[in-house]
Ligand binder design. Sequence first.
Ligand code: 2AM
Ligand code: CA
Length: 256
Amino acid sequence: MTHPDIQTLIRLVHETRPLITETENAKNITVKGYADFVTKVDTSVQDFLRKKLFDLAPQVQFMGEEEHMDHIDTTKPSWILDPIDGTTNLIFDYHHSAVSLAYYDGSRIHMGIVYNPFSRETFYAVRGEGAWLDGRPIHVTDHEHLDQSLISIGTSPYDRELAKDNFRIFLNVFEKSLDIRRSGSAALDLSYVACGRLDGFLEKNLKPWDFAAGSVILEEAGGQITDYEGKPLDFCKNQNIVSSNSSIHASLLQCI
Ligand code: 2AM
Ligand code: CA
């Protein structure tokens, strides 16, 4: 099977912008768990893209955040969609959220798109071909030491029992790095490491749609992404994510 065309996919993803920025749907909120929300924007973007992606490639399975995934055959191609990554930011009108779409080819993530409709920036990559921000090639930083590095942390707000261990790690990272940041969107954090706005990002217990698209964008930009033990990721399970410009990866793992 030929892979879908990235430019066609980018055009589709851009069509979601009015659904996100020009409605009051972000105020229509359902609580899924502690600090874990879904809004009418999440469901309307997912419904819109699911239909368009089915029309484009009916044989490709669909894995999305607002959808059950027990039906997925992991040996076959699949879309992995987070209709809104950064839902809490959306609810607070923080203007830092993204649509995150990945194409899994049956063995690895082949393509990824992360689109922030507020800044109108699109990060994307095709495995083996490179990574871009709005058509310009992107690359990670060349910082070799943690004390030159800006690191984004994710607080896993929905898993409060992880907080003590998380903040122990964040203290280690803060003491050894230049400074830390907290953005609220894992997909944008990975994209920011890819384009050199950050040197690294870590967060526990992320779901496949939080990191699938960002992972290929980061790897194609020269970065590295693993679990907290430095092992390759499993795209079918929740994962503790460590990502970096590659050079500082070992030092970042040591903070854990
Ligand atoms: P979301 O906005 O799509 O929910 C914030 O710390 C990061 O964690 C965001 O990327 C957020 O994605 C993600 N996140 C939020 N709730 C989550 C949950 N229950 N499990 C895993 N990741 C979650
Ligand atoms: Ca989401």
